[in-house]
Design a protein around this ligand. Structure first.
Ligand SMILES: [Zn+2]
Length: 440
């Protein structure tokens, strides 16, 4: 192409004959010549001299093809640059805050603002508590281009863009953020001996922001806690004469076996709140026997809250220690009886305060207190203990001990009280059986 143009140029200007050796050598000047030529086209051309055209030999054309192609590409590129430059100098037509607007220059968002005459008012720099630290030092403007937030004034606009610009909003100072839980609370309803955690609680979350500029501290509630409800209920047994005998602190040497003998002799079922470390070893067999005879085997913790719990109160232990007391107590039962342990629990000393509820409540079905404390651990005499047991009423839970010391009085009291109550029409059931009644 280049040679063709040169040839045409040469012929029209009457310049020197086309030199094919020059024409086939593409140079950087090709495109500039082309540009010169294009703009020269508007000028009047010189007349031809009338000199005859040099004769071209057709055999010289084929070697020119490849260079001609290269020159063509260069020419197209040059045209593209020129066209692009021309296009860039054109204004764009946009919609600015609902009005058509022509934007010239670099056609940026800044140009659009200038063209519109709209001067957005910057927002304020505010502290973490919302007070103004410095007016006009917040967000400089608020802009949306085709619905998308745009903060860059240098953003180049296109034809048809829809721009919405308004005053800047407040900007909050940088801050340091800490998060902390909001502990859930436990409300208590009723006064029965069966303690069921309803609506298990979950902690909320608060965020504490300290402004780096103002130094102000604010607290924000991110999530409210979900508070728990502890229902303290009793079984509504109606006319059923059922009593739940419960035995704590075992298994214990001979006593637990003797208690099992008395229960067997009277067709009674009972619930044993065991101490895990007493089951391990010599206690395993008697617990296996108790389970096989239909009694309910529950945990009274692994070590009766020994150590930091002072052998009486899980609440003196850490939440992790409390959870371990339950987990290990259950594991000791399961290893002895070869089955799943009941999730009915009695806390040592009956100490089931909110801290303990929080730590072990979600792990268990219910914590069991009592209606009658026979005070057998004081060893007041078998007949005194028997009288306490005899005072039971339908649905009553009776607290006794098969471990923790010499419980021979307890065994003797059972031998007296059980036949007496049976004669009254009572039968003796486990806690699970008692909990099948409506709990009110
Ligand atoms: Zn105990």
């Amino acid at each position: 192409m280049r040679s063709a143009r040169n040839e045409r140029g040469a012929s029209s200007r009457g310049a020197a004959p086309a030199n094919n050796s020059t024409a086939t050598r593409p140079t950087a000047k090709a495109s500039s010549k082309l540009q010169d030529r294009r703009f020269d086209d508007k000028r009047p051309r010189r007349r031809t001299t009338g000199r005859p055209h040099p004769t071209r030999r057709p055999t010289q054309s084929p070697p020119c093809r490849l260079p001609l192609a290269a020159i063509g590409v260069a020419a197209i590129m040059a045209l593209a640059i020129i066209t692009g430059a021309f296009a860039q100098s054109l204004p764009v037509n946009i919609m600015f805050n609902g009005q058509p607007l022509e934007v010239r220059g670099a056609r940026t968002l800044a140009d659009a603002l200038e063209a519109s005459g709209f001067e957005p008012r910057p927002g304020d720099l505010i502290a973490v508590d919302g007070s103004i630290i410095e007016a006009g030092k917040g967000e400089p403007f608020r802009a949306f281009i085709n619905g998308q937030t745009e903060k860059d004034l240098g953003r180049v606009l296109s034809n048809g863009d829809t721009i919405e610009v308004s005053d800047g909003g407040p900007t909050e100072e940088p801050s340091d953020i800490e998060e902390a839980p909001i502990p859930y609370t436990i409300s208590s309803e009723g006064s029965g001996p069966i303690h069921v955690l309803e609506d298990q609680g979950s902690d909320g979350l608060r965020r504490i922001k300290t402004g780096r500029v103002s130094g102000l501290v604010v607290e924000i509630t991110v999530r409210e806690p979900h508070n728990a409800t502890r229902r303290n209920v009793s079984p509504d047994v109606g006319d059923d004469k059922v009593i739940a005998l419960t035995f704590d602190d075992g298994p214990w040497h001979d006593t637990t076996g003797e208690v099992l003998d008395v229960l067997r002799d009277h067709g009674a079922k009972a619930t044993f709140f065991t101490v895990g470390n007493r089951i391990e070893g010599e206690g395993a067999d008697v617990m296996k026997r108790a389970a096989s005879e239909g009694h309910q085997i529950c945990t009274h913790t692994y070590s009766h809250a020994s150590g930091s719990g002072k052998s009486v109160d899980l609440g003196l232990m850490t939440p992790e220690e409390q959870a371990d007391e339950i987990d290990q107590g259950l594991a000791a039962i399961e290893s002895a009886i070869g089955g799943e342990a009941s999730r009915i629990v009695r806390a040592p000393g009956g100490n089931y305060g909110d801290d303990v509820v929080r730590a072990i409540g979600p792990k268990i079905t219910a914590e069991i207190g009592w209606d009658i404390d026979a005070q057998d651990w004081r060893r007041p005499g078998a007949s005194v203990i028997a009288d306490e047991i005899k005072g039971a009423w339908p649905g009553a839970i009776v607290l006794l001990h098969d471990g923790g010391g010499d419980r021979s009085q307890t065994v003797e009291a059972l031998k007296e009280a059980l036949p007496y109550l049976k004669d009254q029409g009572y039968r003796f059931v486990t806690i699970d059986e008692l909990m099948r009644y409506p709990l009110v």
